[in-house]
Design a protein around this ligand. Structure first.
Ligand SMILES: C[S@@+](CC[C@H](N)C(=O)[O-])C[C@H]1O[C@@H](n2cnc3c(N)ncnc32)[C@H](O)[C@@H]1O
Length: 220
């Protein structure tokens, strides 16, 4: 198994941000949102915190799917937050969806959220234990979480094959970013070891397809 190859933590490069913001993640993002509300039905007026929200597509989909939820999306990239703010204005959801330009390591909300979500952030983080620590400390005890990210393939060749299969017709910038993200990602065993190290024993790790892991459950 190849070792993890880090990529830059925050997505600040304008070309990279533009390619990401213009990409079509509808199917993946809607399925993430549907999975959250299917796993956790009956949440009343929840305040949901999205760590590494990027251009804001998932927070907006969460607010459309649940009529009384509030969502706070945080991202350390100012250009990503600028796209997210445009998108929420366009969607007319600014009463219930807000964005903050902050690192998740520095987030300090006036009251703890009722749920935590995060998609495709963890592979950016140099020290994953710092991510799981924040996820443990930020919400109210017993809060539901849904965290998803890429699985690291066995080799650079296997990563390239995934890019060629899944993103054949995408712009070159997006294909390169996808490749580097796969190299920076974690394996299922590594994620399980990180959860155990932080005693997050009510969380489960699952591999829903050949490219992703997902962590779900309640955080205490
Ligand atoms: C691959 S994007 C995922 C965006 C979004 N969650 C989605 O699913 O489309 C990862 C995002 O995490 C952000 N990020 C990386 N490190 C971060 C940190 N320490 N704190 C907050 N955001 C961070 C990046 O700037 C980038 O926008």
């Amino acid at each position: 198994m190849m070792k993890r190859v880090l990529e830059p933590e925050v997505m600040n490069d304008p070309d990279q941000v533009l390619a990401y913001a213009q990409a079509d993640f509808e199917e993946e993002n809607q399925s993430f949102v549907d999975q959250f509300f299917t796993r956790y039905p009956g949440l009343e007026n929840p305040h949901i915190l999205d760590l590494g929200c990027g251009p804001g597509d998932i927070p907006i989909r969460m607010a459309r799917r649940h009529a009384t939820c509030r969502v706070t999306g945080i991202d350390a990239s100012q250009p990503m937050i600028a796209y997210a703010e445009q998108a929420v204005q366009k969607a007319g959801l600014q009463e219930r969806v807000q964005f903050l330009c902050q690192r998740f390591q520095d987030v300090n909300l006036s009251s703890p959220p009722d749920a935590i979500i995060s998609n495709s952030l963890v592979h950016h983080v140099p020290n994953p234990l710092r991510f799981w620590y924040s996820m443990k400390m930020l919400p109210k005890p017993g809060s539901p979480v849904l965290i998803m990210d890429l699985l690291r393939p066995e080799s650079p060749e296997a990563a390239q094959a995934i890019v060629d299969e899944q993103a054949a017709s995408e712009p070159e910038q997006l294909r390169q970013d996808f490749y580097h993200s796969l190299l920076a990602a974690f394996t299922e065993d590594e994620v399980a070891a990180h959860l155990a190290e932080l005693n997050l024993s009510r969380l489960f790790v699952d591999v829903p397809d050949d490219r992703h892991w997902v962590v779900y459950g309640q955080v205490f």
